[in-house]
Design a protein around this ligand. Structure first.
Ligand code: NDP
Ligand code: 8X3
Length: 253
């Protein structure tokens, strides 16, 4: 019997690659995000490569009422969520603290921290009722180090690290596993979003070295999910070979 995974932010990047991989590894999947057409395309793609059942929940994770309505809309069978992958997130902007754009700050805090909390509260209650579960939070090297002009994004990912520990402690007595994955540079739509659609600037982030790709993170998540029942992977820090610190790269010019 397939396990059920709910992946937030499955319409691109790490979330999309994870949905594809888990669907080929005995999971039925709830895919979520704001771009419904992307989710529909992903569902169609998955169904050409696997027998997995896919359910789309199309909502903005920043909105508590939308989170509640989406989870309440689940048919009973889909409420047996075994795995929650808290992946939806973004960096918006790259500026010194004194020049920060308030709307960018709010989008990062509302998505990366508050959205993650909203859905975790809802799904962890279902997991407690079901007596099992595993939550994987997608953190970042930015959750372990703070780099110049990364201020609010780094703070939001430090919050994810702290919340991972908080969840692990509070859910311990319920037998629910909690893990985090902390990647360095992964080439997805992340930098295009960070630079507000400036694709040229986004490309420069990955100039001269081979970044991680979304599939690398999906494989790491699958590894975490396929450990025996008595093993909890608390955190994995995964970096490109050519990146040793958040701003230290071995670039070939
Ligand atoms: P992408 O931009 O490719 O994907 C981000 C996903 O998050 C999209 O599916 C997007 O869906 C979803 N999302 C963003 N805002 C919302 C929202 N308000 N409501 C619902 N869904 C939302 O980037 P990545 O795949 O790289 O990012 C995934 C996670 O990985 C993020 O948490 C990011 O911080 C983290 N990360 C990324 C790294 C990288 O270098 N790329 C490195 C370390 C961590 P939609 O727009 O359709 O709503
Ligand atoms: C994304 C990686 O280094 O741009 O979390 O913050 S970084």
């Amino acid at each position: 019997m397939n396990r059920i995974a709910l992946i937030t932010g499955a319409s691109s990047g790490i979330g999309e690659a994870t949905a594809l991989l888990l669907a080929q590894n005995h999971f039925d999947i709830i895919i979520t995000g704001r771009r419904n057409e992307r989710l529909q395309e992903l569902k169609d793609k998955i169904q050409t490569v696997s027998q997995a059942e896919i359910l789309i929940l199309n909502f903005d994770i920043r909105n508590l009422a939308e989170n509640e309505a989406a989870l309440n809309s689940l048919p009973d069978k889909w409420k047996n969520i075994d795995v929650l992958i808290n992946n939806a997130g973004l960096a918006a902007g790259f500026s010194n603290i004194q020049d920060g754009v308030i709307d960018d700050w709010e989008r990062m805090i509302d998505t990366n921290i508050k959205g993650l909390l909203y859905i975790t509260r809802l799904v962890s209650n279902l997991m407690i009722k079901n007596g099992k579960g595993h939550i994987i939070n997608i953190s970042s090297i930015a959750g372990k180090e703070t780099y110049p002009m990364g201020n609010v994004y780094c703070a939001s990912k430090h919050a994810v690290q702290s919340l991972t520990k908080g969840m692990r402690l509070d859910l311990l007595k319920h037998g629910i596993k909690v893990s985090s994955v902390s990647p360095g540079a992964v080439e997805t739509e992340f930098s295009v979003v960070r630079f507000h659609g400036d694709t040229e600037r986004a490309k420069q982030v990955y100039n001269g070295f081979t970044p991680l790709n979304a599939g690398d993170i999906a494989e790491t998540i699958l590894f975490i999910l396929t450990r025996p029942a008595h093993v909890n992977i608390d955190d994995i820090l995964i970096m490109p070979t050519a990146q040793a610190y958040s701003r230290d790269f071995n670039r070939v010019q």
